[in-house]
Design a protein around this ligand. Structure first.
Ligand SMILES: [Zn+2]
Length: 419
Protein backbone atom coordinates (compact mmCIF):
# COMPACT_ATOMS: atom_id res chain seq x y z
CA UNK A 1 0.00 0.00 0.00
CA UNK A 2 2.92 2.32 0.69
CA UNK A 3 3.86 2.00 -2.95
CA UNK A 4 0.38 2.99 -4.10
CA UNK A 5 0.58 6.10 -1.99
CA UNK A 6 3.98 6.88 -3.36
CA UNK A 7 2.94 6.50 -6.96
CA UNK A 8 -0.50 7.97 -6.73
CA UNK A 9 0.64 10.82 -4.49
CA UNK A 10 -1.85 9.99 -1.84
CA UNK A 11 -1.49 9.76 1.88
CA UNK A 12 -5.08 9.43 2.88
CA UNK A 13 -6.14 6.31 1.05
CA UNK A 14 -7.11 4.45 4.18
CA UNK A 15 -8.58 7.50 5.88
CA UNK A 16 -11.15 8.25 3.23
CA UNK A 17 -14.50 6.84 4.25
CA UNK A 18 -18.01 6.86 2.93
CA UNK A 19 -18.84 9.37 5.66
CA UNK A 20 -16.31 11.78 4.22
CA UNK A 21 -17.68 11.27 0.74
CA UNK A 22 -21.18 12.02 1.98
CA UNK A 23 -19.91 15.09 3.84
CA UNK A 24 -18.12 16.34 0.73
CA UNK A 25 -21.25 15.86 -1.32
CA UNK A 26 -23.28 17.88 1.19
CA UNK A 27 -20.68 20.65 1.23
CA UNK A 28 -20.69 20.59 -2.57
CA UNK A 29 -24.45 20.85 -2.69
CA UNK A 30 -24.32 23.76 -0.28
CA UNK A 31 -21.68 25.48 -2.40
CA UNK A 32 -23.62 24.88 -5.59
CA UNK A 33 -26.78 26.24 -4.02
CA UNK A 34 -25.10 29.34 -2.60
CA UNK A 35 -23.15 29.91 -5.81
CA UNK A 36 -26.23 29.70 -7.94
CA UNK A 37 -27.87 32.46 -6.00
CA UNK A 38 -28.66 35.60 -8.05
CA UNK A 39 -26.27 36.07 -10.94
CA UNK A 40 -27.07 39.67 -11.71
CA UNK A 41 -26.99 42.13 -8.88
CA UNK A 42 -24.37 40.09 -7.00
CA UNK A 43 -22.87 41.99 -4.12
CA UNK A 44 -19.24 42.64 -4.81
CA UNK A 45 -16.62 43.79 -2.30
CA UNK A 46 -16.93 47.47 -3.02
CA UNK A 47 -19.58 48.09 -5.67
CA UNK A 48 -22.73 46.61 -7.05
CA UNK A 49 -21.97 44.69 -10.22
CA UNK A 50 -24.09 43.34 -13.01
CA UNK A 51 -23.20 40.00 -14.53
CA UNK A 52 -24.59 38.39 -17.68
CA UNK A 53 -23.71 34.78 -18.41
CA UNK A 54 -23.91 33.58 -22.01
CA UNK A 55 -23.62 29.93 -22.95
CA UNK A 56 -22.14 29.75 -26.46
CA UNK A 57 -24.55 28.13 -28.87
CA UNK A 58 -24.27 27.01 -32.48
CA UNK A 59 -23.61 29.88 -34.86
CA UNK A 60 -22.35 32.24 -32.17
CA UNK A 61 -19.14 34.12 -32.91
CA UNK A 62 -16.97 35.98 -30.46
CA UNK A 63 -17.43 39.27 -32.30
CA UNK A 64 -21.18 38.73 -32.54
CA UNK A 65 -21.51 38.11 -28.80
CA UNK A 66 -19.25 41.06 -27.93
CA UNK A 67 -21.10 43.38 -30.24
CA UNK A 68 -24.43 42.38 -28.61
CA UNK A 69 -22.94 43.59 -25.34
CA UNK A 70 -22.36 47.01 -26.86
CA UNK A 71 -18.62 46.75 -27.38
CA UNK A 72 -17.15 48.81 -30.19
CA UNK A 73 -15.46 47.39 -33.28
CA UNK A 74 -11.99 48.42 -32.10
CA UNK A 75 -12.60 46.96 -28.65
CA UNK A 76 -13.78 43.70 -30.19
CA UNK A 77 -10.57 43.48 -32.23
CA UNK A 78 -8.47 44.21 -29.17
CA UNK A 79 -10.30 41.56 -27.09
CA UNK A 80 -9.97 38.97 -29.87
CA UNK A 81 -6.22 39.74 -30.09
CA UNK A 82 -5.70 39.37 -26.31
CA UNK A 83 -7.70 36.13 -26.22
CA UNK A 84 -5.77 34.73 -29.16
CA UNK A 85 -2.46 35.45 -27.45
CA UNK A 86 -3.82 33.44 -24.51
CA UNK A 87 -4.65 30.40 -26.58
CA UNK A 88 -8.35 31.06 -27.23
CA UNK A 89 -8.96 31.20 -30.96
CA UNK A 90 -12.64 30.49 -31.15
CA UNK A 91 -15.65 29.48 -29.16
CA UNK A 92 -17.17 26.04 -28.94
CA UNK A 93 -20.95 25.74 -28.99
CA UNK A 94 -22.61 24.13 -25.95
CA UNK A 95 -19.30 24.00 -24.08
CA UNK A 96 -17.85 27.48 -23.59
CA UNK A 97 -19.37 30.14 -21.39
CA UNK A 98 -18.75 33.88 -21.31
CA UNK A 99 -19.53 36.22 -18.42
CA UNK A 100 -19.92 39.95 -19.04
CA UNK A 101 -19.53 42.14 -15.98
CA UNK A 102 -20.58 45.79 -15.66
CA UNK A 103 -20.41 48.17 -12.75
CA UNK A 104 -24.14 48.84 -13.17
CA UNK A 105 -26.89 48.32 -15.74
CA UNK A 106 -25.98 51.38 -17.80
CA UNK A 107 -22.18 51.22 -17.69
CA UNK A 108 -20.10 49.48 -20.39
CA UNK A 109 -18.69 45.99 -19.94
CA UNK A 110 -15.45 46.23 -17.95
CA UNK A 111 -14.76 42.59 -17.31
CA UNK A 112 -15.19 39.54 -19.51
CA UNK A 113 -14.65 36.01 -18.24
CA UNK A 114 -14.27 33.27 -20.84
CA UNK A 115 -14.71 29.78 -19.44
CA UNK A 116 -13.35 27.32 -22.00
CA UNK A 117 -13.40 24.35 -19.62
CA UNK A 118 -14.57 23.65 -16.09
CA UNK A 119 -10.89 23.89 -15.12
CA UNK A 120 -9.87 27.18 -16.66
CA UNK A 121 -11.05 30.78 -16.65
CA UNK A 122 -9.65 33.55 -18.77
CA UNK A 123 -10.44 36.94 -17.27
CA UNK A 124 -10.18 40.17 -19.27
CA UNK A 125 -10.46 43.45 -17.44
CA UNK A 126 -10.57 46.97 -18.78
CA UNK A 127 -10.09 49.95 -16.48
CA UNK A 128 -9.46 52.73 -19.02
CA UNK A 129 -12.09 51.94 -21.64
CA UNK A 130 -9.50 50.85 -24.23
CA UNK A 131 -6.92 48.35 -22.99
CA UNK A 132 -7.75 44.86 -21.82
CA UNK A 133 -5.61 42.99 -19.31
CA UNK A 134 -5.72 39.24 -19.34
CA UNK A 135 -5.44 36.89 -16.40
CA UNK A 136 -5.74 33.12 -16.70
CA UNK A 137 -6.98 31.21 -13.67
CA UNK A 138 -6.61 27.45 -13.40
CA UNK A 139 -9.33 26.05 -11.20
CA UNK A 140 -8.15 23.61 -8.59
CA UNK A 141 -9.36 20.10 -8.97
CA UNK A 142 -9.35 17.05 -6.78
CA UNK A 143 -9.05 13.81 -8.67
CA UNK A 144 -10.10 10.45 -7.35
CA UNK A 145 -9.54 7.03 -8.80
CA UNK A 146 -12.77 5.06 -8.77
CA UNK A 147 -13.08 1.33 -9.29
CA UNK A 148 -16.05 -0.36 -10.98
CA UNK A 149 -16.46 -3.98 -11.95
CA UNK A 150 -19.08 -6.05 -13.68
CA UNK A 151 -19.91 -9.32 -15.33
CA UNK A 152 -21.33 -10.20 -18.74
CA UNK A 153 -24.72 -11.85 -18.48
CA UNK A 154 -26.43 -14.11 -21.00
CA UNK A 155 -27.40 -12.12 -24.10
CA UNK A 156 -25.51 -9.09 -22.78
CA UNK A 157 -23.26 -6.73 -24.64
CA UNK A 158 -20.20 -5.26 -22.99
CA UNK A 159 -21.91 -1.89 -23.18
CA UNK A 160 -25.01 -3.05 -21.29
CA UNK A 161 -22.95 -4.85 -18.67
CA UNK A 162 -20.77 -1.76 -18.24
CA UNK A 163 -23.77 0.52 -17.77
CA UNK A 164 -25.16 -1.91 -15.19
CA UNK A 165 -21.83 -1.77 -13.37
CA UNK A 166 -22.28 2.02 -13.11
CA UNK A 167 -19.48 2.93 -15.50
CA UNK A 168 -20.22 6.29 -17.19
CA UNK A 169 -20.92 6.05 -20.94
CA UNK A 170 -17.93 8.20 -21.91
CA UNK A 171 -15.56 6.04 -19.83
CA UNK A 172 -17.09 2.90 -21.35
CA UNK A 173 -16.44 4.29 -24.83
CA UNK A 174 -12.78 4.87 -23.92
CA UNK A 175 -12.53 1.37 -22.45
CA UNK A 176 -14.04 -0.09 -25.59
CA UNK A 177 -11.54 1.82 -27.74
CA UNK A 178 -8.68 0.43 -25.66
CA UNK A 179 -9.86 -3.16 -25.50
CA UNK A 180 -10.67 -3.20 -29.21
CA UNK A 181 -6.92 -3.26 -29.89
CA UNK A 182 -6.66 -6.62 -28.16
CA UNK A 183 -10.11 -8.17 -28.32
CA UNK A 184 -12.69 -9.08 -30.86
CA UNK A 185 -15.92 -8.20 -29.06
CA UNK A 186 -17.82 -10.52 -31.35
CA UNK A 187 -15.89 -13.66 -30.52
CA UNK A 188 -14.08 -13.00 -27.24
CA UNK A 189 -17.09 -12.00 -25.15
CA UNK A 190 -19.23 -14.62 -23.37
CA UNK A 191 -21.63 -14.71 -20.41
CA UNK A 192 -19.82 -15.04 -17.10
CA UNK A 193 -16.78 -12.99 -18.06
CA UNK A 194 -15.71 -10.34 -15.59
CA UNK A 195 -14.28 -6.93 -16.24
CA UNK A 196 -13.14 -3.96 -14.20
CA UNK A 197 -12.15 -0.35 -14.75
CA UNK A 198 -10.20 2.14 -12.64
CA UNK A 199 -10.89 5.68 -13.80
CA UNK A 200 -10.60 9.27 -12.65
CA UNK A 201 -13.40 11.47 -11.35
CA UNK A 202 -12.61 15.19 -11.08
CA UNK A 203 -14.07 17.28 -8.28
CA UNK A 204 -14.11 21.00 -7.68
CA UNK A 205 -14.99 22.30 -4.21
CA UNK A 206 -16.27 18.84 -3.36
CA UNK A 207 -18.66 18.59 -6.31
CA UNK A 208 -18.06 16.14 -9.13
CA UNK A 209 -17.46 18.02 -12.37
CA UNK A 210 -16.39 15.42 -14.91
CA UNK A 211 -14.66 12.13 -15.50
CA UNK A 212 -10.98 11.96 -16.31
CA UNK A 213 -8.83 9.23 -17.79
CA UNK A 214 -9.14 5.49 -17.74
CA UNK A 215 -6.26 4.37 -15.48
CA UNK A 216 -6.55 0.60 -15.75
CA UNK A 217 -8.76 -1.95 -17.48
CA UNK A 218 -9.10 -5.67 -17.05
CA UNK A 219 -11.26 -8.06 -19.09
CA UNK A 220 -11.41 -11.85 -18.77
CA UNK A 221 -11.65 -12.50 -22.50
CA UNK A 222 -11.99 -15.97 -24.01
CA UNK A 223 -8.37 -16.19 -25.00
CA UNK A 224 -7.08 -14.87 -21.70
CA UNK A 225 -7.19 -11.91 -19.38
CA UNK A 226 -6.57 -8.60 -21.14
CA UNK A 227 -5.11 -5.87 -18.91
CA UNK A 228 -4.08 -2.34 -19.79
CA UNK A 229 -2.61 0.44 -17.67
CA UNK A 230 -2.20 4.14 -18.30
CA UNK A 231 1.37 5.21 -17.60
CA UNK A 232 3.20 8.51 -17.87
CA UNK A 233 6.82 8.33 -18.93
CA UNK A 234 9.52 10.59 -17.52
CA UNK A 235 9.31 12.78 -20.62
CA UNK A 236 5.62 13.39 -19.85
CA UNK A 237 4.23 11.29 -22.71
CA UNK A 238 1.33 9.07 -21.77
CA UNK A 239 0.45 5.66 -23.13
CA UNK A 240 -1.34 2.43 -22.33
CA UNK A 241 0.63 -0.73 -21.70
CA UNK A 242 -0.16 -4.35 -20.99
CA UNK A 243 0.90 -6.14 -17.79
CA UNK A 244 4.38 -6.73 -19.13
CA UNK A 245 4.88 -3.16 -20.30
CA UNK A 246 4.27 -3.73 -24.01
CA UNK A 247 2.54 -0.87 -25.82
CA UNK A 248 -1.20 -1.60 -25.83
CA UNK A 249 -2.23 0.99 -28.41
CA UNK A 250 -1.73 -0.58 -31.80
CA UNK A 251 -1.09 1.23 -35.04
CA UNK A 252 -4.38 -0.14 -36.44
CA UNK A 253 -7.79 -1.06 -35.10
CA UNK A 254 -9.24 -4.47 -35.76
CA UNK A 255 -12.77 -3.07 -35.73
CA UNK A 256 -12.86 0.54 -36.90
CA UNK A 257 -16.53 0.99 -35.88
CA UNK A 258 -17.21 0.46 -32.19
CA UNK A 259 -19.73 -2.22 -31.22
CA UNK A 260 -20.37 -3.21 -34.84
CA UNK A 261 -21.42 -6.82 -35.36
CA UNK A 262 -19.29 -8.95 -37.66
CA UNK A 263 -21.60 -10.22 -40.38
CA UNK A 264 -18.98 -11.89 -42.55
CA UNK A 265 -15.46 -12.97 -41.62
CA UNK A 266 -12.20 -13.09 -43.48
CA UNK A 267 -11.86 -16.32 -45.43
CA UNK A 268 -9.87 -17.59 -48.33
CA UNK A 269 -13.02 -19.24 -49.79
CA UNK A 270 -16.67 -18.35 -49.44
CA UNK A 271 -19.79 -18.27 -51.56
CA UNK A 272 -20.28 -14.65 -52.57
CA UNK A 273 -23.78 -13.47 -51.54
CA UNK A 274 -24.29 -11.47 -54.73
CA UNK A 275 -22.16 -13.23 -57.32
CA UNK A 276 -23.26 -16.69 -56.11
CA UNK A 277 -19.95 -18.44 -56.78
CA UNK A 278 -17.15 -19.21 -54.38
CA UNK A 279 -14.42 -16.69 -53.90
CA UNK A 280 -12.24 -15.36 -51.13
CA UNK A 281 -13.55 -12.73 -48.76
CA UNK A 282 -10.54 -10.53 -48.29
CA UNK A 283 -11.87 -8.52 -45.38
CA UNK A 284 -14.36 -8.42 -42.57
CA UNK A 285 -17.91 -7.09 -42.86
CA UNK A 286 -19.35 -5.06 -40.00
CA UNK A 287 -23.04 -4.32 -39.81
CA UNK A 288 -23.51 -0.56 -39.95
CA UNK A 289 -26.55 1.54 -40.84
CA UNK A 290 -26.22 3.84 -43.84
CA UNK A 291 -24.60 7.06 -42.69
CA UNK A 292 -22.67 5.53 -39.77
CA UNK A 293 -19.37 7.47 -39.56
CA UNK A 294 -16.33 5.39 -40.48
CA UNK A 295 -13.13 6.28 -38.58
CA UNK A 296 -9.66 5.61 -40.00
CA UNK A 297 -8.27 2.49 -38.33
CA UNK A 298 -4.90 4.13 -37.90
CA UNK A 299 -2.90 7.22 -38.73
CA UNK A 300 -1.79 7.40 -42.35
CA UNK A 301 -2.28 8.96 -45.74
CA UNK A 302 -5.18 8.41 -48.12
CA UNK A 303 -3.74 6.80 -51.26
CA UNK A 304 -6.99 5.98 -53.08
CA UNK A 305 -10.48 7.41 -53.00
CA UNK A 306 -12.84 6.29 -55.69
CA UNK A 307 -15.49 3.92 -56.99
CA UNK A 308 -15.36 0.46 -58.51
CA UNK A 309 -18.17 -1.99 -59.22
CA UNK A 310 -17.15 -4.36 -56.42
CA UNK A 311 -16.17 -2.04 -53.58
CA UNK A 312 -18.50 0.82 -54.51
CA UNK A 313 -17.19 4.00 -52.90
CA UNK A 314 -13.95 3.07 -51.17
CA UNK A 315 -10.94 4.61 -49.48
CA UNK A 316 -7.51 3.07 -49.13
CA UNK A 317 -5.05 4.38 -46.52
CA UNK A 318 -1.31 3.68 -46.28
CA UNK A 319 -0.24 3.58 -42.63
CA UNK A 320 3.45 2.80 -42.87
CA UNK A 321 5.84 0.81 -45.02
CA UNK A 322 3.97 -2.37 -44.30
CA UNK A 323 0.27 -1.78 -43.59
CA UNK A 324 -2.63 -0.44 -45.66
CA UNK A 325 -6.37 -0.51 -44.92
CA UNK A 326 -9.40 -0.35 -47.20
CA UNK A 327 -12.98 0.69 -46.45
CA UNK A 328 -15.70 -0.20 -48.95
CA UNK A 329 -19.40 0.28 -49.83
CA UNK A 330 -19.44 3.82 -48.39
CA UNK A 331 -22.54 5.94 -49.01
CA UNK A 332 -20.31 9.01 -49.17
CA UNK A 333 -16.85 10.31 -48.34
CA UNK A 334 -16.15 12.81 -45.60
CA UNK A 335 -15.56 16.18 -47.21
CA UNK A 336 -11.93 17.23 -47.09
CA UNK A 337 -10.69 13.64 -47.17
CA UNK A 338 -8.99 13.27 -50.55
CA UNK A 339 -6.11 11.35 -52.05
CA UNK A 340 -3.05 12.68 -50.23
CA UNK A 341 -4.92 13.72 -47.07
CA UNK A 342 -3.13 12.79 -43.86
CA UNK A 343 -5.53 11.28 -41.32
CA UNK A 344 -5.27 10.51 -37.63
CA UNK A 345 -6.38 7.31 -35.96
CA UNK A 346 -10.13 7.63 -35.37
CA UNK A 347 -10.63 10.52 -37.80
CA UNK A 348 -13.87 10.16 -39.78
CA UNK A 349 -13.13 9.44 -43.45
CA UNK A 350 -16.59 8.58 -44.75
CA UNK A 351 -19.98 7.05 -44.03
CA UNK A 352 -21.27 3.49 -44.26
CA UNK A 353 -23.55 2.53 -47.12
CA UNK A 354 -24.29 -0.20 -49.63
CA UNK A 355 -22.61 0.97 -52.84
CA UNK A 356 -21.02 -1.58 -55.18
CA UNK A 357 -21.58 -5.34 -54.82
CA UNK A 358 -23.41 -5.34 -51.52
CA UNK A 359 -26.57 -6.91 -50.12
CA UNK A 360 -27.20 -4.22 -47.52
CA UNK A 361 -25.54 -1.38 -45.59
CA UNK A 362 -22.28 -2.48 -43.99
CA UNK A 363 -18.60 -1.66 -43.78
CA UNK A 364 -16.26 -3.98 -45.63
CA UNK A 365 -12.84 -3.53 -44.02
CA UNK A 366 -9.53 -4.91 -45.27
CA UNK A 367 -6.02 -4.88 -43.84
CA UNK A 368 -3.24 -5.35 -46.36
CA UNK A 369 0.17 -6.27 -44.96
CA UNK A 370 3.15 -6.15 -47.31
CA UNK A 371 0.77 -6.35 -50.27
CA UNK A 372 -1.16 -9.37 -48.97
CA UNK A 373 -4.62 -9.43 -47.42
CA UNK A 374 -4.62 -10.54 -43.80
CA UNK A 375 -7.39 -11.27 -41.31
CA UNK A 376 -8.05 -7.97 -39.45
CA UNK A 377 -9.34 -9.83 -36.41
CA UNK A 378 -6.25 -11.96 -35.89
CA UNK A 379 -3.27 -10.30 -37.56
CA UNK A 380 -0.49 -9.31 -35.16
CA UNK A 381 -0.42 -5.52 -35.09
CA UNK A 382 2.54 -3.33 -34.16
CA UNK A 383 2.29 -1.17 -31.01
CA UNK A 384 2.60 2.58 -31.41
CA UNK A 385 4.66 3.28 -28.32
CA UNK A 386 6.92 0.88 -26.50
CA UNK A 387 8.96 1.48 -23.38
CA UNK A 388 12.75 1.53 -23.18
CA UNK A 389 14.32 -0.63 -20.45
CA UNK A 390 14.47 2.13 -17.82
CA UNK A 391 10.83 3.17 -18.39
CA UNK A 392 9.76 -0.46 -18.37
CA UNK A 393 11.30 -1.00 -14.93
CA UNK A 394 9.47 2.09 -13.65
CA UNK A 395 6.25 0.91 -15.30
CA UNK A 396 6.43 -2.53 -13.69
CA UNK A 397 6.94 -0.97 -10.23
CA UNK A 398 4.01 1.37 -10.85
CA UNK A 399 1.86 -1.42 -12.19
CA UNK A 400 2.43 -3.61 -9.13
CA UNK A 401 1.55 -0.71 -6.84
CA UNK A 402 -1.57 0.07 -8.85
CA UNK A 403 -2.59 -3.60 -8.78
CA UNK A 404 -2.33 -3.48 -4.96
CA UNK A 405 -4.54 -0.39 -4.98
CA UNK A 406 -7.04 -2.09 -7.30
CA UNK A 407 -7.11 -5.18 -5.07
CA UNK A 408 -7.81 -2.92 -2.09
CA UNK A 409 -10.68 -1.17 -3.91
CA UNK A 410 -12.04 -4.49 -5.12
CA UNK A 411 -12.57 -5.56 -1.53
CA UNK A 412 -13.66 -2.06 -0.42
CA UNK A 413 -15.99 -1.00 -3.24
CA UNK A 414 -17.17 2.22 -1.54
CA UNK A 415 -13.65 3.61 -1.28
CA UNK A 416 -11.61 5.58 -3.77
CA UNK A 417 -8.01 6.62 -4.13
CA UNK A 418 -7.20 10.32 -3.80
CA UNK A 419 -4.76 11.19 -6.58
ZN1 LIG B 1 -17.01 -7.76 -47.39
Amino acid sequence: MKKVKEYLNTNVLTKITIALAVLLTLVALFLVITHNAPISGDKNDTTDTCKTVVVVSNGDTLSGLLSKQGLSHSQINEIARVLKSNGINGLRADRDKIEFVRTNDESPVNKIVVIPSPWRQVELTCTDGANWQCNTVDIERDTRAVYKSGVILDGDSFYLAGMRAGIPAAILADVYDLLAFEMDFERDVRAGQKFSVLYEENFSSGAKVDNGHVLAVSFDALRGNVKMYRFKKKDGSVGYYDEKGNGAIKSLKRTPINNAKVTSSFTTRRKHPVLGFTRAHKGVDFRAATGTPIPAAGAGRVIKRGYNSGHGNFIRIRHNGSFETLYAHMSKFKSGVNVGTTVKQGQIIGFAGSTGLSTGPHLHYEIIKDGKHVNPLTVKLPAINNLDDASKTKFLEYRRALDDGIEYLRTHPQMFIVL
